[in-house]
Design a protein around this ligand. Structure first.
Ligand code: FAD
Length: 506
């Protein structure tokens, strides 16, 4: 096998792969290849090669190959739905994880599914529900994401207040480390790797298989939206729903902010769940400010049951504006695939493929009222051209041995500013949106808010150290153990590639 580091960084890299016996395929893409872009549309790169691995052995061979070179890096790419180049490898090797033959094996007796790291959650959903009447317990809002991609972050949605994020619903993984070792890990085996990889931003290993907890799937979902003009009433009700004893609340609780106007994208019309439903602005109190709040909840039920009585019991006592209540009954799969409909519309309008300068934050309950005042009611009073999610999560549902970092305190809020770019000058330009995101982060810092970026993105070591805070040393130690040459996930820009030749057997 030739010396891999003889590869010309810009040109012919074929010699690098000579003698490496892969079952999958290798492609040397030109400029503008899909692997050099992501959903964010803000970062671009030129990978040396895109590898479509057939199995974990191929993944290990590619990592070992990179370890023989002083500069090669390896990025596992899920569905490329990052927004800041996190799954890219400029002049490096990109592993297209979706190419690994998607395997989903359900064990109904233990209610778990073994799924490949590159499987899309929407395929896991269909396979588990249609084949076995079972379903994963914790989701993301959109399911065109890969298992390995969301487990490398957290994976949050309206079920997280009950079951924790997706990272809390995995009991075992097969991981290929930055040392090229294929290891099975769990709470009892290779423990440090297991906890490190979950929320580990792809830094410690490539997830090739995950064992996901399942529960019986319902047939139907009653999906409800209620509107508030007062933020403190909205948060009081949302927090009361997520802190009720298990089984005594809805199965899903989320919320969003919208503009108090007839703007078709940012305003009242974003609330009704069905085109036949009418949002009557006359119901909005005169005291209402520039933005309003929508609590979104859902209750599961079986075909033979009616959810109405339980819904009324759960909703009784909530302080929403009585006449601004919307609901529909939908099938369980349709509910979980609800964002796919929005994706189809956005694709038809050409805005799905435009840039997405998204910003996601976790903000402590102690600061969320000030955040509303400073950010929602002020900086974002005209909206972001897409959903502005805000809903509470519970810290006690997150195991702090995992790599995700959170604000202090039991209750914190997910804030997701899901910006879509409409033809300028109707909305802000992409550059203006990026500047507005920076303004929001600076305001949070200046006001001393307790917050963390979710799906974080920093360009400096100082930024990362500050992000991880007192968990930085543990994160660094895990890197030194599992990926000492910093081969993996270079797009996160946490650790520079580090050349330490050592014995790796091919
Ligand atoms: P990629 O973007 O391809 O990869 C993300 C990171 O994980 C990269 O660093 C990559 O190297 C690494 N990685 C990928 N695969 C593996 C693997 N197998 N092993 C190890 N590392 C790997 N997030 C939520 O939590 N909740 C939501 O409701 C939600 N909704 C979203 C809706 C949309 C429309 C979009 C675009 C994103 C949403 N996200 C949400 C964010 C999503 O979780 C992240 O984008 C995540 O990165 C998953 O995307 P992906 O599978 O395409 O991974």
């Amino acid at each position: 096998m030739p010396e891999p580091d003889t590869a010309d960084q810009d040109g012919d890299v074929l010699p690098v792969f000579n003698g490496v016996d892969l079952h999958g395929t290798v492609e040397f893409p030109g400029c503008g290849s899909a692997a050099g872009k992501d959903f964010g549309g803000l970062q671009f790169s030129k990978p040396l090669a895109v590898i479509r691995p057939a199995n974990s052995d191929d993944v290990a061979k590619v990592i070992r190959l990179a370890s023989r070179s002083p500069h090669l890096t390896v990025a596992a790419s899920g569905n490329g739905h990052s927004v800041n180049g996190q799954a890219m490898a400029h002049r490096g090797l990109v592993l297209d994880m979706k190419a690994v033959e998607s395997e989903i094996h359900v064990d109904p007796t233990t209610a778990v599914a073994d799924v490949s790291g590159g499987a899309l959650w929407e395929d896991v959903l269909r396979h588990c529900v249609l084949g076995h009447g079972l379903a994963p317990r914790s989701w993301t809002d959109y399911l065109g994401l890969t298992v390995g991609g969301t487990l490398s972050n957290a994976g949050v949605s309206g079920q997280s207040f009950i079951y924790g994020p997706q990272t809390e619903n995995v009991t075992e993984m097969e991981v290929v480390t930055g040392n090229g070792d294929v290891l099975v890990c769990s709470k009892n085996q290779n423990t440090e790797l297991f906890f490190g990889v979950l929320g580990g931003l792809g830094q410690f290993g490539v997830i090739t298989r995950a064992r996901v907890l399942l529960q019986p799937a319902p047939d139907m979902v009653r999906w409800i939206r209620v509107v508030y003009s007062d933020f403190s009433e909205f948060t009081r009700d949302a927090e009361s729903l997520v802190t009720r004893p298990e089984g005594d609340s809805f199965d899903y609780v989320e919320g969003f902010v919208f503009v108090n106007s007839d703007d078709p994208v940012n305003g009242w019309m974003s609330v009704p769940l069905d085109p036949d439903q009418y949002f009557d602005p006359a119901r909005i109190p005169r005291s209402a400010g520039p933005v309003l709040y929508c609590l979104e909840v859902a209750l599961h039920y079986k075909n033979e049951d009616s959810p109405s009585e339980r819904v009324e019991k759960l909703i009784g006592g909530l302080r929403f504006i009585e006449e601004l209540r919307f609901w529909v009954d939908v099938g369980y799969i349709e509910f979980l695939l609800r964002v796919k409909r929005a994706e189809e519309e956005a694709k038809a309008n050409g805005i799905w493929d435009a840039p997405h300068p998204w910003l996601n934050l976790f903000v402590s309950k102690t600061d969320i009222a000030d955040f509303d005042r400073v950010v929602f009611k002020n900086i974002l009073k005209h909206g972001v051209g897409g959903p502005m999610l805000v809903y509470p999560l519970l810290r006690s549902k997150w195991d702090n041995r995992k790599s995700v970092v959170l604000p202090q305190g039991e209750i914190f809020y997910l804030v997701a500013l899901l910006r879509f770019c409409f033809p300028y000058p109707k909305g802000l330009s992409v550059g203006e949106m990026v500047v507005q995101n920076q303004e929001i982060i600076q305001s949070c810092t200046k006001n001393g808010f307790d917050f963390k970026l979710y799906l974080p993105h920093y360009n400096t070591r100082e930024g990362w150290k500050h992000h991880f805070g007192n968990q930085w040393t543990r994160f660094q130690d895990r890197k030194a153990t599992f990926d000492p040459m910093a081969i993996l996930a270079p797009g996160q820009k946490i650790f520079p590639r580090n050349w330490q030749p050592h014995d790796i057997n091919f």
